[in-house]
Structure formats: structure tokens, C-alpha cells
Design a protein around this ligand. Structure first.
Ligand code: CS2
Ligand code: MN
Length: 359
């Protein structure tokens, strides 16, 4: 297991590599080139410079989060082949700088969604929060506007400006698409890309839908145990696997997160783990919290033990953190709370590892 931290390159992060290097037990970062428009090839020279910068700080770059997928691929348009070809070329380029795992998602129109990026918790810290009714009351461009204006000038991963203009039209487009068609579009992508992942030895790790239930009638695929089973059977290559995000899946109160971790970690097809906690105020209304079990609904001991006892050997990152101690940072991605979270998770891992042998 390797503990890593997400970091945004190109001056788009308040957190520095030097700071990350000083978090005990953290060996590397997950990052991306956020200025390359979705669908275009990530240039080799840019990637080499990125690798050199991270290595010079004494950290590893083995995980990319994310190479986002062009909407035409999700829509199944004829132009998808061009974008898939670019995706495969990016995989080749990533392999040349030593990347081992690629996290991506297949959410239509928008990546993750929250109704509030700075909800005040009891202790005075702020965290991102989700209220389903509030989301439905806003139209998508209102959400986009609100999220971007609350993001303190940082780009929000998955909310690329070029996507936002098309949001309403894209949402309309999916109203006429069946779930089966959407699954077929996902399979088409996998069948085209996975052979390149195999060739270049990069594990493809899909991120669950966040939230894991439909908004605006959009299709959802990676949101519960049945659908994750279905996803893995679409393409049975060991290079077709998962990013298992505890907080995303935990946002559906029907999901038993430790059981989901056990089932899929034991298949050896979980390559990346995002571990964070959330607290429900009611169904489909939740706030993100500190990682500790007592702060949220998820039992982190059970979650980490499920990874450990099922032989998980991939990358873990503490996921979204709260904003604490007056830190000014991209919502969810400050230094302090994620560093605390990473060390809590490392502590759990060490205790579990020293007291129980691996399966
Ligand atoms: C999410 C996503 O895990 C997260 O932090 O907020 O932005 C995630 O990075 C993408 O969905 C992965 O493609
Ligand atoms: Mn996640």
C-alpha cells in the first residue's frame, strides 16, 4: 500500500510539494494537467516536466487523477473514435513517465456535485455539503456558477469551463438515452482503451459517481454493488478496475461500504482507494467531515480493515478534507485536514497490519 495526496500542478494549488513531502508516510502525489482541454492528447514534454518537478521534490508520480473523458464518448457520437484515439495516445505518453494507475470517471455532463462548498460544522471548520432538494431547485448553470464562485479562484476538477457552456444542452441530450445505451457507450470506451492500458501497463481505475444517485435524470453507472459487478464484467481484463471512493459510495445510505470494499478488493481489481468520511443529516443530505469514525457515518476501522484483510496493494489517498485553522485553499483540498486524515488512515493500517496477518 502506498499513501499519496492529490496535488494540482501548474501553480493551481495552495499546497506545495515541499509541504506534501513533510507529511509522514506520504510517498507521492496524484495529479493531472488541468489546462489541457478534455479530449486532447497530453503532450510528452509537459508530462516529463511534471514528473521531473515531482521527483525533484522527493515524491513519486505513479497515479494520474484524472484524464477526463470527452462528452462525445459518453454520448456515443461518431466523433468519439477521434477522442478515444487521443485517450490511448495519452496512456502511451503517461507510461513513458512511469505512471502506473489512471483514475477517471464516466459521469455524464458534470463530475461531482455539491450544494455548498463551505458548510460550517459544529467545530467552526467548513466542509463541502450536499442537499438533494437544493440541487434540484437550482438549474445546472446555477450550480456551476455557485460552485465556481465559491471555489476561491481555484479550478474545480471535472468542472472545466469548456464543458459548462454546454451543460443544459447536454442534460437534454441524455433525457432520450436509455441506461442500456449508456452502459454500451461505457463498454465501447473500455474495449477500445483497455488493450492500450495492458500494452503500456497502466491500471485503469474508474471513480464512482458522486453523488451515487441520479440528478436531473442523468444516467448513473458506478454507484452500488450490482452496478460495480456489472462494470467489471463489461471487460474482464485485470487492467479494467476501480478507484474505490468510500465517501462517494457512502453518500447512498443503502451502500454497505465495508462490504463493498471487501467484495471488490478481494478480486484484486481495486487499484486506488479514496478514503474519507461523511455524515448524513437525512437521506440525500450530507456533509463531508473529518476522517475519524466518530465524526461521520462510516466506520473507518472497518473500511481500512476491509482493504487490508483482502490484500489491497494499491494507492490510498485521504480524500476531501475540511478547511481548518484558517487555511485558504481549494475547497476539499487544503493541506491540514488531508494530512491529519492521511496519518489517521496510516495509523489504522499499521495497527491492523501488526495485529492481524493478511489473507
Ligand atoms: C472527486 C472527483 O474524488 C474526488 O476528489 O471529487 O473530482 C474525482 O477526482 C474524479 O471524479 C475522478 O475522475
Ligand atoms: Mn473520491
Amino acid at each position: 500500500m502506498k499513501m499519496i495526496i492529490r496535488w494540482f500542478s501548474g501553480g493551481d494549488d495552495s499546497v506545495t510539494l515541499e509541504q506534501i513531502r513533510q507529511i509522514p508516510g506520504v510517498s507521492g502525489v496524484a495529479t493531472m494537467l488541468s489546462d489541457i482541454p478534455v479530449g486532447e492528447i497530453w503532450p510528452q514534454t509537459r508530462l516529463e516536466a511534471l514528473r521531473d518537478e515531482i521527483h525533484a521534490a522527493g515524491l513519486e508520480l505513479e497515479v494520474i487523477e484524472s484524464v477526463n473523458i470527452h462528452e462525445d464518448i459518453k454520448k456515443g457520437l461518431p466523433s468519439r473514435d477521434k477522442y478515444i484515439k487521443n485517450y490511448c495516445k495519452t496512456i502511451e505518453n503517461l507510461s513513458k513517465i512511469g505512471v502506473k494507475c489512471l483514475c477517471y470517471n464516466f459521469m455524464p455532463v458534470m463530475d461531482w456535485a455539491r450544494s455548498n462548498l463551505a458548510y460550517t460544522l459544529e467545530d467552526g471548520s467548513t466542509a463541502m455539503a450536499y442537499d438533494h432538494d437544493e440541487i434540484l431547485k437550482m438549474n445546472p448553470s446555477m450550480i456551476a456558477e455557485k460552485m465556481l464562485s465559491d471555489s476561491k479562484g481555484y479550478s474545480l476538477p471535472g468542472w472545466e469551463p469548456e464543458r459548462l457552456k454546454l451543460m443544459s444542452a447536454d442534460i437534454d441530450f441524455y433525457q432520450n438515452m436509455t441506461m442500456e445505451q449508456y452502459w454500451e457507450n461505457l463498454k465501447y470506451f473500455l474495449d477500445a482503451v483497455i488493450p492500450y492500458a495492458e500494452k503500456y501497463d497502466i491500471k485503469m481505475a474508474i471513480h464512482p459517481d458522486d453523488p451515487p444517485f441520479s440528478i436531473y435524470g442523468l444516467p448513473k453507472t458506478i454507484n452500488n454493488v450490482e452496478n460495480i459487478r456489472k462494470f467489471l464484467s463489461l471487460n474482464s481484463s485485470p487492467y479494467n478496475g476501480l478507484t474505490l471512493c468510500a465517501g462517494s459510495l457512502g453518500a447512498d445510505m443503502n451502500n454497505d461500504v465495508p462490504a463493498i470494499v471487501s467484495e471488490f478488493a478481494s478480486t484484486g481489481r481495486v487499484y486506488f482507494a479514496h478514503i474519507r468520511n461523511i455524515k448524513h443529516l437525512e437521506e440525500k443530505v450530507f456533509t463531508e467531515t473529518a476522517h475519524l469514525s466518530t465524526c461521520g457515518d462510516l466506520d473507518m476501522f472497518k473500511v481500512v480493515k476491509a482493504f487490508h484483510d483482502n490484500g489491497f496493494d494499491g494507492y490510498i489517498r485521504s480524500d476531501h478534507g475540511r478547511m481548518i485553522w484558517g487555511e485558504q485553499a481549494r475547497p476539499g483540498y487544503g493541506l491540514y485536514d488531508r494530512a491529519i486524515g492521511a496519518n489517521y488512515l496510516l495509523g489504522l493500517w499499521e495497527a491492523i497490519d501488526k495485529s492481524s496477518p493478511k489473507k
